[in-house]
Design a protein around this ligand. Sequence first.
Ligand code: C5P
Length: 306
Amino acid sequence: MKETVFINSDQKNNGAEVTEFAGAKLNLTLDVLSKREDGYHDMVMVMQTISLGDRLVLRTSDKPGIRVSTSFRYVPNDERNLGYKAAKEFLQAVGDEQRGIEIHMEKTIPVGAGMAGGSADAAAVLRGMNRLLDTRMRREELEKLAERVGSDVAFCIAGGTSLARGRGELLEDLPPMPECFLVVCKPGFSISTPELFRKIDRMNVRSHPDTEGMIKAIGAGDLREMAIRMYNVFEDVDDRRIRSIAEIKGVLLDHGALGAVMTGTGSAVFGLFHEEENARSCCEVLGKNYSFCRIAVPTGKQAFPE
Ligand code: C5P
């Protein structure tokens, strides 16, 4: 969704408005390799953006400063909001720190789900600011800025299907995944990311995803081969949560999902379906016990000016 509406343009384009869609992220694979000296962990992940996401409206204003509002009461509107941080980084990078910017986030992506909600919003802010202020930064420039905001933000700039390494910022484009339906369900609890990393440091992780096999399956457009390789090392880390994650996976598989896995640091779980009908009836069943259950499809990469 890309539209620029100039309501009342003056020299600084005050009153200009753009809307951006911030697609959520799912992990097809997630592997943690080792803890680094800077405290972060080296990871290898195959990531995918989906049609479920937040809608952002960005506006220029003649009142200096960044103002963020969201439709979720418990999402912060200040520096703790990654979208706010992204807007600040952007204005610093273009040397326009006195600029007035208003950002409204119409949220759908649940918080504490492992779906990169905050990162998707931050990336959408960077893309939106680039259009709003007509700064014409290329994808690579936006990704460099994104790295400073958070680990998953660089991936969310272009989205689509990617292999991510390092903290998550070293990206390699993969071919788009085949058409399918995704049922995403989040149990009532959320998982703290730093806590999960601390737990994995104390564990001896024996099983790792077959990342190379996943990349080959995507290249071959083979949904079944992809589904059997979906794996997330975080899934077995939190003993208290294993049962409800397993329960959702069970329902997904019983309804014909080709594979099911937790995304990111959780707690959302998703299933990969070939048939839309199976996905719909599964979502109906899960929706009786879980307040967040949605159907989505994979989305492709964003287009950028050359
Ligand atoms: O970079 P971001 O703010 O998204 O990371 C949140 C937290 O997750 C970090 O403070 C760190 O504890 C952990 N993390 C990590 N290794 C990564 C990504 C995140 O240890 N690759």
